[in-house]
Design a protein around this ligand. Structure first.
Ligand SMILES: [Zn+2]
Length: 218
């Protein structure tokens, strides 16, 4: 019986009423400051957002159009540390069931194995520091110092998609104008500097872009 689940012949069923319960979603919204765990856009004022399983619950893929290997990380389906709030586009159009590892031999295939030995290639929104792997040149996101994890994360979660880049650029143009004021003198400069300090905090949208572009002002 257990073997049939282990080799993917029988499928686990999961209840979205549990992992997607209102209390879970509210907790994630608050912890993530209402931002998508991947693209850092604020989402909850226009969308309910998706509950994303960082380690996919039903099955995983290691490459684009690669086959779905079952089972997935069924034992983490209701584990809060595996749940994040994501926008529909990052989750449904990009991340989906991708979960590549640096070394496939380390992959935990059942609850008997320790998934913490795995080296995930998509950055974990809580345990990996994005600023160690990703940077911005203006609105364009890039892997920092050739980071493989940074590169994989950009590719697998679509962080360089045009619509997102256009939206970041629109915001950045205002920030560039504000930076000129902030680098000047007088009360307007102080006011602009105070804005930058807030915009560089995790609570603010696209804060990694702000920190990468304006290190002298955040
Ligand atoms: Zn997103």
């Amino acid at each position: 019986m257990e073997t049939e689940y282990d080799n993917g012949e029988r499928r686990f069923s999961f209840s979205s009423n549990i992992y997607g319960h209102r209390t879970i979603k509210e907790a994630l919204k608050s912890l993530q400051h209402h931002k998508c765990c991947f693209c850092e856009a604020k989402i909850t004022h226009i969308s309910h957002g998706d509950i994303e399983h960082f380690r996919p619950k039903a099955g995983f893929q290691t490459s684009l159009n690669g086959r779905l290997t079952r089972p997935g990380y069924y034992w983490l389906a209701y584990d809060f540390s595996n749940l994040f709030l994501a926008c529909q586009i990052c989750n449904q159009s990009y991340k989906k069931n991708y979960f590549p590892l640096a070394d496939e031999r380390q992959r935990a295939r059942s609850h008997h194995e320790d998934y913490r030995r795995e080296e995930n290639l998509i950055l974990h929104p809580e345990f990996d520091a994005p600023e160690a792997h990703l940077t911005f040149e203006q609105e364009v996101i890039k892997p920092l110092n050739g980071s493989v994890k940074g590169e994989e994360t950009i590719k697998r979660t679509g962080l360089d998609r045009k619509s997102l880049q256009d939206n970041r650029l629109e915001y950045l143009q205002i920030l560039n104008a504000l930076a000129k004021i902030a680098r000047g003198h007088g009360p307007e400069a102080q006011e602009a500097q105070a804005h930058f300090r807030t915009l560089g905090l995790p609570q603010s949208q696209y804060s990694l872009m702000v920190n990468s572009n304006f290190p002298d002002l955040v």
